[in-house]
Structure formats: structure tokens, C-alpha cells
Write a protein that binds this ligand. Structure first.
Ligand SMILES: [Fe+2]
Ligand SMILES: [Fe+2]
Length: 240
């Protein structure tokens, strides 16, 4: 558990799921209405709960959500909802429709693209990013006060022991991972969505796997968009 920006804590769990290891991060925002972004796997719930409790009583959580519906994003949702009776599950509107309202023990809140909400002293903005990097229901959450983008799987980096925050670029590592695992959907809207996120000028990219990147987040996302575009252009040439 490390504080990576004012009031934003990264809960990091390394697992041996690939050679060299891999980290699973949840981010907890300790504000008047504490928010957890990514529940972690259901089987990891006891250690996730223990980590949260180092900063706030778990029952104080008011918002529990994630980018898209997979085990590492939402697996422990119901265990957390039971531990935090006043918490509202959240995700994107499509995610609520397709998965969350079926899976969650309580009705979920589906945010619209661009919708803002307050968690106390700071405002959060939800951005719908369908299929980027994967999942029809995919979205990301932006903290307007610290300019932190809780960017989910966008820049997935391998390795079990990575620093909580780095100022070195993370694109080389995440591109290695993208080539190996092909975890980006082959969507036509990818670069336009990345450009939109770059326009937020994030100062911290809080990745779910690997280190959070502190620096010019907009420039890094634009660099990624350019690489993806040139890959698509190569594919188009090859199939012509
Ligand atoms: Fe994912
Ligand atoms: Fe993930």
C-alpha cells in the first residue's frame, strides 16, 4: 500500500501468473466518500481488506467500481459490499446493463460518458472508452484535483517488483506486453479515444498492472496512439 498522489493509495498484489510475475493494483481515494477503483480478485479479498484497513475502516467505503467487468476489476465486489454497507457499486452504463446489476448484491450506478461526481473535496469524471483497451463496457476515471487518470489496463506492464510510481516511461514495457498478449481490442476508435484521454493532460497515469507513471501523461498516450495507428496502417497494407 503506497500513497501515489494526495489521498490516492495504490494497493499492489504481485502474483506469479506469468513468468517474471505480474502486479494487480487497486486504487483507493481517501476522501469524505472513500472510493475504491478495482476490487481485486475475489480470492484475494482478505488481503485487499487488510490493505484498505491500514488507511480507512473498510466500512467507510462509499464507492466501489472499476473499468470493465473482469475478475481482477470486480471479483471481490460482493465481499466488499458486505463489508461496506453504504457503498454503491459503479461502472459504465453498459457495464451495469451487461454484468453489474446481475452480479452485484446491490443496484449499481452506471455513469454516463463525461459525467462528473463529487467524493468530498474532489470531483471525479467518468470517461467511457469502449473496447479500449478491451471490453464493450470499458471506462476510466479521472480525478480532476490531482489530474490522476485511473486508467485500468491501458498501459499494462509485467514484473512482480515494480516501483509504485515511476517517472521513466512505461510504454516500452507495456508495448512488450501488448505484443505478447494482444490485450488491446482491434477497434477502429482506439486512437481517437486515446487522444481524448490525452486531452485531459493527466499528470499521473494510475495503471492497474505495473507502476503508475508520473509525467506528461498526455504525451505518453499520444505516443501510444501513434504506434497503434502505424500498426493498423501496416496491417492494412499487408492485407491489400
Ligand atoms: Fe482487463
Ligand atoms: Fe486488468
Amino acid at each position: 500500500m503506497d500513497e501515489v498522489a494526495a489521498g490516492i493509495y495504490r494497493i499492489c498484489t504481485p502474483l506469479d501468473v506469468i513468468p517474471g510475475g505480474f502486479t494487480f493494483n487497486s486504487y483507493m481515494i481517501a476522501d469524505d466518500e472513500p472510493l475504491l477503483f478495482h476490487t481485486g480478485y475475489r480470492k484475494l479479498f482478505p488481503i485487499t481488506r487488510e490493505a484498505i484497513a491500514k488507511v480507512i475502516p473498510v466500512e467507510k467505503l462509499r464507492w466501489i467500481g472499476g473499468s470493465h467487468f473482469e475478475g481482477d476489476e470486480f471479483g471481490a465486489l460482493n465481499e466488499l459490499l458486505a463489508a461496506a454497507p453504504e457503498a454503491t457499486p459503479f461502472g459504465t452504463e453498459v457495464g451495469v446493463l451487461t454484468s453489474l446489476n446481475d452480479f452485484a448484491a446491490r443496484p449499481a450506478r452506471g455513469f454516463k460518458d463525461g459525467e462528473e461526481f463529487s467524493v468530498g473535496s474532489r470531483r471525479m469524471k467518468w470517461l467511457y472508452t469502449p473496447h479500449v483497451p478491451h471490453g464493450w463496457d470499458c471506462g476510466v476515471l479521472f480525478d480532476l484535483s490531482t489530474k490522476t487518470l485511473l486508467c485500468g489496463d491501458l498501459l499494462t506492464q509485467p514484473g512482480a517488483s515494480v516501483p509504485p510510481v515511476t517517472e521513466s516511461e512505461v510504454l516500452t514495457a507495456s508495448e512488450g506486453m501488448r505484443r505478447m498478449m494482444d490485450y488491446y481490442a482491434h477497434a477502429t476508435s482506439t486512437s481517437a479515444i486515446l487522444e481524448r484521454l490525452a486531452g485531459l493532460s493527466p499528470a499521473l497515469l494510475a495503471c492497474q498492472h505495473g507502476s503508475a507513471y508520473r509525467g506528461d501523461g498526455g504525451a505518453l498516450l499520444r505516443e501510444l496512439a501513434t504506434i497503434i495507428e502505424s500498426g493498423n496502417a501496416n496491417l492494412a497494407t499487408a492485407s491489400a
